[in-house]
Design a binder for this molecule. Sequence first.
Ligand code: ATP
Ligand code: MG
Length: 366
Amino acid sequence: MVEVEGTVQRSEKAQRGVELLPSRVTVISRAEVPLPLGVIDKVGAELDTRFNHRVIDLRKPSVRAIFELRSALLAGFRSAFLSRDFIEIETPKLLREGAEGGATLFPVDYFETRAYLAQSPQLYKQMLMSAGFERVFEIAPAWRAEPSDTVRHLTEFTSLDLEVAYPEGADGLRTILEEVLVDALRSTHQELAARKNPLASNIPDVRTPFPRIPFARAEEWLGRPGAEQDFGSEDEKAIGARVQNDFGVPFYYLIDYPTAVKSHTFYAQRQDGNPRATWYCDLDFRGWEIASGGLREHRIDRLRENFVAAGLDPERFGGYLEAFRYGMPPHGGFGFGVDRLITLLAGLSNIREARLFPRDRYRLDP
Ligand code: ATP
Ligand code: MG
């Protein structure tokens, strides 16, 4: 690290149009040699080597550019929510019960008892609906013990969550999310262009409404009509390619998830005229799921039935259920994976590159 004093002058040849003629150079901090990782080499090091020496890796302008994108995107989301009368909330991350099922919970020793790291703020943002907070969002870490090593799962990720009371049906909810997303993408593009960040040109200029593909139609595309089986990553990729081909757009909703697929999701509202389907959907981007959500069940009797159907004991969710006992408005919301969106926007091949210091099954440091 050096401090350079000198004269700045215009230059045709310099990239930024100016150059510095040094008159004095002072060494502030010496680097050991050799560096564990080249900072200017074009040849890419292995991901593991890069993450082992992440501070050096982060010095590369192309890597830094990802985190400028990340910062601009988060700022864009915040202002899109705030301009629509949402308030930002922070919910507890140490919990007694999980929202997304036991398999991916991380247990924590908690004095005389056991707690878990939050997989999602789901139950708390719903409770706030009963408290009269009608439009809330949160941008916070979530943890999932994902045992398999994939390019789109982390054990610690950033979840962007929203919840809205009195939405205009499941589609009203989808409209809110897509408009917020389009706003956030526009302001990200502007910010990156102003900073001359090369990733600016990666940000797609998309329009609403996004296509809504019923789950059953996507099953037909995949050649297994009526199977009522959740989509795997290969299925999602094939659906993304089909949407790109038929509609020419990268973002789309998969709507009307079957109750059979969401059976473990006790809070997903079943459709009144058609109990085989829920009001749940996914938002996908180029063949990757990036968000899930929909209308929640706000009627306590039906909620209790769903708990039983999912094999859960409602008594263990006492604090959550209490919110439904004293008046709960119809509501719904989404959980949105920020890291997946950034991965695809920045054109990365692995979600780990979208985080400063990624966490997965095998990596707890640096
Ligand atoms: P998947 O089926 O892809 O594992 P999910 O359906 O289990 O995801 P949700 O519970 O719907 O995930 O969570 C909402 C969003 O949070 C997902 O759409 C995704 O963008 C993000 N997300 C969930 N789990 C992870 C993870 N382990 N790493 C990164 N992002 C995640
Ligand atoms: Mg999901």
